[in-house]
Structures are given as structure tokens and as C-alpha cells.
Design a binder for this molecule. Structure first.
Ligand SMILES: [Zn+2]
Length: 294
């Protein structure tokens, strides 16, 4: 069975950029008679803003984006993360690292997503440290993903990323690790999300392979930008999601390059959504990294 999901970080209200990913994943799930789950990515506590979960749920409901099952929270999954973390320790694919951020900035190259870790601590077998991160050993093979929108994506983790962190030196599981486990816990089969996560997908696929999980299908939709910058909570695009819910839906469908019914103005919200589900064709979404919305 198709299981999709939307996974917002509660670091503020939903903006148009996150909303189009919600709508795309919702439409893809409904079109495939699947489930659409809501998972709150609240593991990174300092980024969590009080009341933003409530605000996100309210915005989704106001747009008739109703999710199946009760929403889940990463912050309530620590035991499951620990369980799979222990599994990775047992297969000897990890090591401890106490390199500081500053040291890495001065002694390693910048890659597609931060510094490429050159494996400084790999042979050190560090013990008795007060503070250390845990890295996963990657290999030389190309990780190849067939994205349903962006096409073939490949990455050589050892050259482009390096052994990456699965548990940080403050004891928190890394984003890459946590969401890989989430996919297993939720039995997610299809992930529709923003193209800003494209470069981190091979790390998630790598972890899921190591843990013998099924690999979901990926579809990365373009990021909405204003003045070539990703929309964030700071450049206030609330205008785009306030007001008439029908307009928000139509703007999102236009962004996703989906057909819009000629008599949309006479239709109510449910009819617009129903026609959007019937007409949803994921291959029509443009294979771009970003799209300017003004
Ligand atoms: Zn190190």
C-alpha cells in the first residue's frame, strides 16, 4: 500500500514553499489511494518554536489537507532511534569523532552539503571521550536514485560527503539518521518533498540499505524562491497563504504545473481538491531545482 507523508519542522508557521510540498505529497498519496501521514520533525529542540505545531496543524486543516492516523513526533521516538543506532554500532560501521567544527572548516574541503569529512578519526579508535560524535563509514560506490521528478541522481558518498554524523556530540541523533528511521517506523513507500533535500537523499538511502530497510520512491519538487532565495520564515510570504483557501490551492497547483479547471472560480474548495486529485500527474511537475514565485 502507498504510504506518503508530510514532515514539517515546527520552527514557525507554514509558508508557501512548505505548503506546496504538503499539497504535492497529499495529492500523490490520494491519487494512489494511499495514506498521507503527518510527522512533526521536532528533534532539533533549539529550532522548535512554541505554538508552531498548533499553527501548522490549523493551516493544514483550513486547506482541507486532512492527514490519516494521529500525527507523530520525532521527539517521542528516541527509544526507536537508540535501537537502530545500537544495530549500526554492532555491525562495526561507525566510529567516534571529536573533530571540532572549526578544525574541519580549516582542514577539509567544502562539498555539496558542508565540509567533506576526510576521515581524520577513522583510525584513531578514540575512547574515554566526554564529548564525541558518531560517524557512519561510507563506501566508494555510487548511490544512484531514480527520482520521479528530477530523474537519475547519483552521489559518491566517500568523495562528496565523507563519513557522516549519525549522532552528534550533544547526544542528539542527526537529521539524516532520524528521518531514515522514521521512514521505517511509518512504512513510508513514497516521499514527495522539496529539492533542497536532494543532496541528502543518498545518505538516507545508504543508511536504509545498511539497516536492510525498504527504500521508498523519491520525488523532489522545485523549491519556491523569491529573489533567488529559498522562502524562509524571515522573508514573510504570508500573503500567499492567508485569505481565500481556493486561491492558495490554485497558486499551489500552478506552481506544480498541474491543470486547473476553467470553472475553478465557480467551484468550492472540495471540488477543486477533488479535481486536483483526479488530474494529478507527478511527471508534469517541472524538473527544476527551484522556481521563482514572483
Ligand atoms: Zn574526527
Amino acid at each position: 500500500m502507498y504510504i506518503g507523508r508530510f514532515a514539517p519542522t515546527p520552527s514557525g508557521d507554514l509558508h508557501f514553499g512548505s505548503l506546496v510540498t504538503a499539497i504535492a505529497s497529499f495529492l500523490d498519496a490520494r491519487k494512489n489511494n494511499g495514506k498521507w501521514l503527518l510527522k512533526i520533525d521536532d528533534l532539533d529542540r533549539p529550532r522548535v518554536i512554541t505554538n508552531s505545531v498548533q499553527s501548522i496543524l490549523k493551516t493544514l486543516e483550513s486547506l482541507n489537507l486532512f492527514w490519516d492516523s494521529t500525527e507523530s513526533y520525532q521527539s517521542q521516538r528516541l527509544e526507536a532511534y537508540e535501537f537502530y543506532f545500537e544495530k549500526l554500532l554492532k555491525i562495526n560501521q561507525t566510529y567516534k569523532c571529536n573533530c571540532s567544527r572549526r578544525y574541519l572548516i580549516n582542514n577539509s574541503k567544502l562539498g555539496v552539503d558542508g565540509q567533506i569529512y576526510p576521515g581524520f578519526c577513522k583510525k584513531k579508535s578514540l575512547r574515554n571521550l566526554d564529548s564525541f560524535a558518531t560517524r557512519i563509514i561510507v563506501n566508494e560506490f555510487l548511490v544512484v536514485i531514480e527520482d520521479q521528478i528530477q530523474g537519475l541522481i547519483s552521489q559518491n558518498l566517500s568523495k562528496e560527503i565523507g563519513d557522516f554524523i549519525i549522532k552528534r556530540n550533544d547526544g542528539q541523533f542527526s537529521y539524516q539518521f532520524a528521518i531514515s528511521i522514521d521512514n521505517k517506523l511509518d512504512n513510508v513507500t513514497n516521499i514527495v518533498r522539496g529539492a533542497d533535500l536532494l543532496t541528502s537523499t543518498p545518505r538516507q538511502v545508504y543508511l536504509q540499505n545498511l539497516l536492510d530497510f525498504n527504500i521508498p520512491k523519491f520525488s523532489h519538487i522545485p523549491i519556491a524562491t523569491i529573489d533567488k532565495k529559498k522562502i524562509s520564515k524571515s522573508n514573510d510570504d504570508k500573503i500567499l497563504i492567508k485569505g481565500n483557501q481556493k486561491d492558495v490551492w490554485v497558486k499551489a497547483l500552478r506552481f506544480l504545473n498541474q491543470p486547473i479547471s476553467k470553472n475553478a472560480s465557480q467551484m468550492n474548495l472540495d471540488e477543486i481538491i477533488e479535481s486536483a486529485i483526479n488530474n494529478w500527474t507527478i511527471s508534469k511537475v517541472r524538473a527544476l531545482h527551484s522556481i521563482e514565485i514572483f
